[in-house]
Design a protein around this ligand. Structure first.
Ligand code: SF4
Length: 276
């Protein structure tokens, strides 16, 4: 998915921390401070390209503990203080990690603590990003969190890997209906500008996304704009690291370029970037 897939599988275990880690991220083009709210890896998607864990091997519907906000904030303060003594500033702080952050109760107060810790560390100009599959964005606290991000120098990055419900089910393997993902995408993009991240790949079983699928995907994004949503960037990505399931391969740059051209044609004025 998503940027999550772009940053997942970085080493998170440094200094025995559970929730906060530092990675060198190609997305951020430098150091990124990751916030992982889901050490239990209980994502509500089961993407075929997931780099976190083979979700067929873990129990479904694991009860999630409440986020220990104080522990997250204290780990973050520690990490930012360590970085402050080093030569390189982080390029961003990103809620990404091993599961879907938008579904966690208590996200809003935690996000407030994260912005406060960032500002206290003298990094008020460093953006805070939520990388999300969108499933929890209709919750009232996530709407408020979106306002908070927009007001304090943050952004929501929304993962959309398909244009049709059929392809979505094949790639993301979630019980959340595609129609709800699209509704949450539109409503969030109407609230504040969104970055969209889309992952494309070649699968031994799935093949490559068809031209019709790509057109449908670009059409979904165009529809968001047509209905009053705002997209600040579309990122076309492919798998960059080993996936947990075999038979998933990156798309070549030429194929990614074709996908980006379809997006540019459908979304005049919206920047489209390719991550190979
Ligand atoms: S949305 Fe969940 S299953 Fe999909 S890549 Fe991210 S963590 Fe893995």
């Amino acid at each position: 998915m998503s940027e999550k897939a772009v940053t997942h599988r970085h080493d998170r275990g440094s200094a025995g921390r559970r929730f906060v880690y530092v990675v060198r991220s190609r997305r951020a083009a430098g150091l990124s401070v990751g916030l992982n709210l889901d050490p239990q890896k209980t994502c509500n998607f089961d993407c075929v390209y997931c780099e976190v864990i083979d979700r067929r091997a873990i129990a479904r519907h694991v009860r999630r503990p409440k986020i220990p906000a104080a522990a997250v904030a204290s780990e973050l303060a520690e990490v930012l203080s360590e970085l402050g003594r080093g030569p390189e500033r982080p390029r961003d702080l990103a809620f990404a990690g091993d599961g879907e952050p938008s579904t966690f109760r208590g996200f809003l107060p935690l996000a407030g603590l994260v912005f406060d810790a960032r500002d206290a560390a003298g990094l008020a100009d460093v953006p805070v990003i939520l990388i999300t599959n969108g499933t929890g964005l209709s919750r009232p606290e996530m709407r408020e969190a979106h306002d908070l991000f927009a007001a304090r120098g943050g952004a929501f990055w929304f993962k959309l890997d398909a244009g049709t419900a059929r392809f979505y089910r094949a790639v993301c393997r979630s019980s959340v209906p595609f129609s709800r993902i699209l509704a949450n995408l539109l409503s969030a993009a109407r609230r504040h500008p969104l970055v969209v991240q889309s992952m494309f790949f070649r699968g031994d079983a799935l093949g490559v996304p068809s031209g019709a699928e790509i057109d449908a995907w670009a059409g979904r994004l165009a529809n968001v704009v047509r209905q009053g949503g705002s997209l600040s960037l579309v990122q076309v990505c492919t798998v960059a690291r080993e996936t947990m399931e075999a038979g998933i391969h990156p798309l070549p740059a030429t194929a990614l370029g074709r996908i980006a051209r379809a997006a540019r044609a459908a979304l005049p004025g919206v920047p489209v970037e390719v991550f190979c």
